[in-house]
Design a protein around this ligand. Structure first.
Ligand code: ADE
Length: 224
């Protein structure tokens, strides 16, 4: 079982995502355990403050080191765990990374906020800083949910036979080929005849060709 520990100032924001659909099923099947930790429970400040102004000046607030150090110490105990920090200044998350994380036993995710996080957290506690893309969100919660979802569905036994992992986008560095279902003619738009031909070899070749065309158009960087 893969255990996620999430350190956040908005623990409830995860509820709709982790209590529904495939993530809920994965938890019920004991394929993953997701433990939420409210960062404010780890501050000694009587107002439960977790941020302060940046040394050197500048706008915004910086998340303080102490509550995060306390949280990680308590959560980790004697367990080994990979510690990830969600931040737009991290390395870009990919399907390849999701696959590698899905083999871990314990993952701790710190959800960043405000203008950033005291650098001593990165230096001492964090194994990898992860960004989900080149844009800035208001916090690391949604990025953490993206990680949990994409990693969990790769754990063997989480997806049913009907939700296969083969031929997905990013397998073999290609985007997924176009899919169609009934009816064969919808409002005058016909399904490509090769898909109705019953010739598996032709279908396979058509799909590969379509995947390459789509990748060239939308993500030429993947073909390099
Ligand atoms: N926090 C804010 N924006 C983010 C991003 N793009 N990726 C990860 N964490 C973030």
């Amino acid at each position: 079982m893969l255990r996620f520990d999430i350190i956040t100032i908005f623990p409830k924001s995860f509820d709709p995502v982790i209590n529904d659909s495939i993530l809920k099923r994965a938890r019920d099947k004991k394929k993953v355990k997701i433990c939420m930790h409210d960062l404010r429970d780890y501050t000694l400040d009587k107002h439960k403050k977790v941020d302060d102004r940046p040394f050197g000046g500048g706008p915004g607030m910086v998340m303080q080191a102490e509550p995060i150090f306390n949280a990680i110490k308590k959560i980790k105990g004697r367990r080994k765990a990979k510690v990830l920090l969600m931040t737009p200044s991290g390395k870009t998350f990919t399907q390849k990374k999701a696959k590698s994380f899905s083999k871990e036993k314990n993952i701790i995710i710190i959800c960043g906020h405000y203008e950033g996080i005291d650098e001593r957290v990165r230096m001492r506690l964090v194994d990898e800083c992860i960004s989900i893309g080149d844009y800035v969100l208001t916090g690391g919660e949604i990025p953490a949910m993206v990680l949990i979802d994409s990693i969990t569905r790769l754990i063997p036994g989480v997806l049913g036979k009907a939700e296969s992992l083969t031929d997905e986008s990013f397998e073999y560095n290609l985007l997924e080929y176009p899919q169609y279902t009934r009816p064969a003619n919808f409002n005058g738009m016909n399904v490509p005849s090769v898909l109705l031909s019953g010739n598996h070899q032709h279908v396979k070749e058509w799909r590969k060709q379509q995947a390459i065309l789509r990748t060239k158009k939308n993500r030429p960087d993947l073909l390099k």
